[in-house]
Design a protein around this ligand. Structure first.
Ligand code: 4AZ
Length: 850
């Protein structure tokens, strides 16, 4: 049968089938294919040689397969804990050198082996276990188990380990137990943090401490505070307290590398690093102004610290003490009566302990209802940020569960009767700062007496309703408004203050407030000076507006059309003017002499930029032109910007003498370039003394007019990834109202607050000059520029002065302003005021040549 013709295909099933089905194609010339008869001995020798070669090859393969080839196996470590209920704790168990410890540890390891042997997945790969510690209750054992798992099998081993409790049950049932075997309960285990296995630590240190009643002990990273912590080091501190106590760990310094995948501290409610008992992981810098204390649920705690090769920071220091269970730090709940009151999660504003349950019963006078407002609400766990079902830590009010992180004061709950029950629950892993709440008795019929009641049940002053601000937090005070005559009536029903009209910012959200600005009719062009001219006169070569704005952006093709010079046009080196707005360093040669693309090695950083008050940490090198100006011996005082290898721009008010310090003298200062974190003077940082300071002669110390100064470094710096200049804008550079700009600095993170350690950035918008002058009661000169967020909350503050207001254009940043002054920080309707750099472009050139 011809298989091809029949359309069938044959799939061999066995070697035997092959034999039966092999067919040879008929040779076209049988003669040619016939074996030639040759000399017999030569053929035999060749045959023997080939045979021997095949045998040698097969032997080699067998030796390689059985002797050298190894399956790729991965070391997998699990940490765990178990309660041994038929043993009583003796003090000797605290020391791993004691014979008592060793005897019990041997029993635990042999029992673990027996447990693992009940699981086919585990038995195959099990290597061994070590007992790490014992603690009270009856006896709790902490262990590490090692497995060698073939690649790809990790998940099956993880899953078998996660059901350890079932294996323990199985063992209990199957085994004809010897009378002295251990009775185990609460057996828990989880894979050890991979960072601890994959990193080859060059040093591993272990400390143990038993706290004493009424005594405060201390733990700290080695070398603290004199030297940074060592690289590639893993350290653990096993902390114990007397039975009936819990451990309090109180950090006074916490300053590690920002990236937790490199250096981190992890705290456990256990004596081994078991994920299900992890309380918190920390890295980066924590401000000492915020308390940072942790409480364990029992009398043990483990603190671990790991560092990698690079970037070692000062480290940490923490006090350790024991707190009796039942003392006021850790108790919570109870009966609350009276018309108003407050209550908080235990240890607030620091972290609540794991495994705690609290219940408050609030009762107010009959006829009234209970209203609870959470002023602070921080109950987040890693990975649970978006969770709505509150499976981990939660607060339950009137049967409704609340969890996660909520903006201050936005969570309010009201009861139907004069009683309310509030429960708080924290599970075994991860803790947060918790909550603070107030309660009050309210009249159900009039829950917000003489106030406006928001949909989220908050009460706000009636005057705040329909004022343009979202005071309720849910916008309910700004909906269904009949606007006052002095307000803008947005099409979407919102009312906004009239002074926001035509400020370049879409305040209504539907652009109503930015329509018809300038009042020109259709067919007319609105000039920068608000004059109206016919659209036909645009780009006709004549300045019809009177300010040249109708002759801007008239270029066609690559080279922008040269035009009549005005205050708004860009002047090339050859004194020809072009109409393109902001042509400098935009990558396109616009001047016929190419001068608009000269000196353009500026304004670029390693990073694309995607709290200062309301800001966030910058990446290292994100704002490489930012400089920290230190007064020698007293630290950071002002910011500055690099404009060339030798020159910095700062604020004139930073360099004014006062009674005690001669700020005007170069010798007073040192400039830190390439700095990211105050105090961390790494390899990327360059410190320079100053050669001269040139404040603007017209600086007015009363009005802050002309608040700009230049600083010459004593020697030029070499640019690096962390040190680069910002672009100086041409005098005509346009920074339109509403455009986004960046403020950066190490200044205070709230009005009257502490300075930031890590360089902060915040995104704000340029505010219309007229609007700003109204808001700032006529104090804004043409040498000042306003930027901020009028709803408040984001601003430069004390210590940011002199630093840059960086404006993105294409892939570069231009120095739009110098941080100068403001009415407080981040206040509503009070923007930050900056020195307008464009007004001083000629002065900078004259003084520095840049
Ligand atoms: C200052 O004192 C300062 N909110 C800087 C900026 C602002 C306020 C104060 C703007 O350096």
């Amino acid at each position: 049968m011809d298989y091809m013709d029949s359309g069938l295909r044959y799939t061999p099933k066995s070697d035997k089938d092959w034999d039966n089905t092999i067919q040879f194609l008929p040779a076209s010339d049988n003669k040619k294919l016939e074996k030639k008869k040759g000399p017999g001995t030569v053929g035999a020798v060749i045959g023997v040689v080939i045979f021997l070669a095949v045998i040698a090859l097969m032997t080699g393969l067998l030796v390689w397969h059985f002797h050298f080839r190894k399956d790729v196996k991965l070391k997998r470590m699990y940490s765990g804990s178990m309660r041994i209920t038929n043993q009583a704790f003796v003090d000797a168990y605290e020391s791993s050198n004691s014979s008592e410890f060793k005897a019990l540890a041997t029993q635990v390891t042999s029992q673990l082996k027996s447990i693992y042997s009940k699981s086919p997945q585990l038995a195959k790969y099990y290597v061994g276990s070590t007992v790490q510690a014992f603690s009270e209750g009856s006896v709790i054992g902490y262990y590490l188990s090692e497995f060698q798992v073939p690649k790809g099998q990790e998940a099956s081993v993880d899953s078998a380990m996660s059901s350890m409790d079932k294996l323990v049950d199985k063992e209990k049932r199957i085994r004809s137990r010897p009378s002295n075997s251990l009775v185990l309960e609460d057996v828990r285990s989880s894979a050890l943090d991979t960072r601890l296995i994959s990193t080859p630590f060059s040093r591993v240190l272990r400390f143990s401490e038993h706290t004493k009643p009424n005594k405060i002990g201390q733990i700290q990273s080695p070398g603290f505070p004199n030297s940074p912590y060592a690289p590639n080091t893993f350290i653990e501190w096993q902390l114990r307290a007397d039975p009936g106590n819990v451990i309090k760990l109180d950090f006074d310094t916490m300053n590690l590398e920002e990236d937790c995948s490199n250096d981190f501290i992890k705290i456990y409610d256990s004596l081994v690093a078991i994920e299900s008992s992890a309380m918190e992981e920390m890295c980066g810098y924590y401000s000492p102004s915020q308390p940072l204390t942790f409480l364990s649920s029992r009398n043990v705690m483990l603190v671990t610290m790991a560092s990698n090769e690079e970037k070692n920071y000062p480290g940490f220091r923490a006090k350790i003490s024991q707190v009796q269970r039942g003392s006021k730090d850790i108790t919570c709940g109870g009966k609350l009566t009276g018309a108003t009151g407050t209550f908080t999660s235990p240890n607030f504003p620091s972290y609540y302990p794991p495994q705690i349950t609290c219940q408050w019963s609030i009762e107010v006078s009959p006829g009234y209802a209970v209203k609870v407002t959470f002023k602070k609400f921080l109950l987040s766990e890693p990975g649970m940020e978006d969770s709505r079902d509150c499976k981990k830590d939660y607060v339950q009010v009137n049967g409704k569960k609340l969890c996660g992180e909520k903006p201050d004061g936005t969570v309010t709950e009201t009861s139907q009767t004069n009683t309310m029950s509030v429960e708080f629950f924290s599970d075994a892993s991860y803790v947060d700062r918790g909550f603070s709440a107030t309660y009050e008795a309210i009249d159900v019929k009039d829950p917000c007496p003489s106030q406006f009641q928001c949909e989220n049940q908050r009460c706000i002053k009636t005057a705040l309703q329909c004022d343009g601000w979202n005071d309720c937090g849910d916008m309910s005070d700004e909906l269904k408004c009949t606007c006052k005559p002095q307000d803008i009536s947005c099409k979407n029903g919102l009312c906004k203050p009239m002074f926001w009209k035509c400020d370049g910012v879409d305040d209504c959200g539907d652009l109503t407030d930015e329509l018809n600005c300038g009042g020109c009719t259709s067919g007319q062009f609105t000039c920068k000076n608000n004059k109206c001219v016919s659209e036909k006169l645009q780009c006709d070569g004549t300045d019809n507006c009177g300010d040249g704005s109708d002759e801007l952006n008239c270029g066609r093709g690559t080279n922008d059309a040269e035009t009549v010079c005005s205050d708004l046009t860009y002047r090339c080196k050859n004194d020809k003017c072009i109409s393109k707005v902001n042509p400098e360093c935009d990558g396109e040669p616009d001047c016929t002499d190419g001068s608009d693309e000269e000196n353009c090695d500026c304004g670029r950083s390693l990073f694309k930029t995607s709290r200062i008050v309301g800001g966030e940490n910058t990446e290292e090198g994100e704002f490489p032109w930012q400089v920290s100006l230190h007064v020698k011996g007293s630290g950071h005082v002002c910011g500055a910007s690099i404009i060339s290898p030798k020159w910095l721009v700062t604020a004139a008010h930073c360099v004014q003498d006062d009674g005690r310090t001669r700020y005007s003298q170069p010798g007073t200062w040192e400039a830190y370039l390439g700095l990211h974190i105050q105090g961390n003077i790494g390899k990327t940082v360059v410190k320079r003394n100053l050669k001269q300071i040139i404040p603007h002669v017209n600086y007015n110390a009363y009005t802050y007019d002309n608040d700009i100064a230049l600083m010459e470094l004593d020697s030029p710096v070499t640019y690096s990834d962390y040190i680069r200049p910002i672009c100086l804008p041409a005098p005509q550079h346009d920074f339109p109202a509403g455009s986004n700009v960046w403020i950066t600095g190490w200044g205070a993170t709230r009005e009257g607050g502490f300075a930031a350690k890590v360089l902060q950035k915040a995104d704000v918008r340029i505010i219309n000059h007229t609007v700003c002058n109204t808001l700032m009661k006529g104090q804004i000169t043409s040498r000042m520029l306003c930027a901020g967020v009028l709803t408040g909350g984001v601003d430069a503050c004390q210590g940011d002065s002199g630093g840059p207001l960086s404006s993105p254009a294409g892939s570069r940043m231009f120095l739009a302003g110098v941080v100068s002054w403001g009415d407080g920080c981040a206040r509503r309707d009070k923007p930050g005021i900056y020195t307008t750099v464009t007004k001083f472009r000629g002065w900078v050139k004259e003084k520095t040549g840049v």
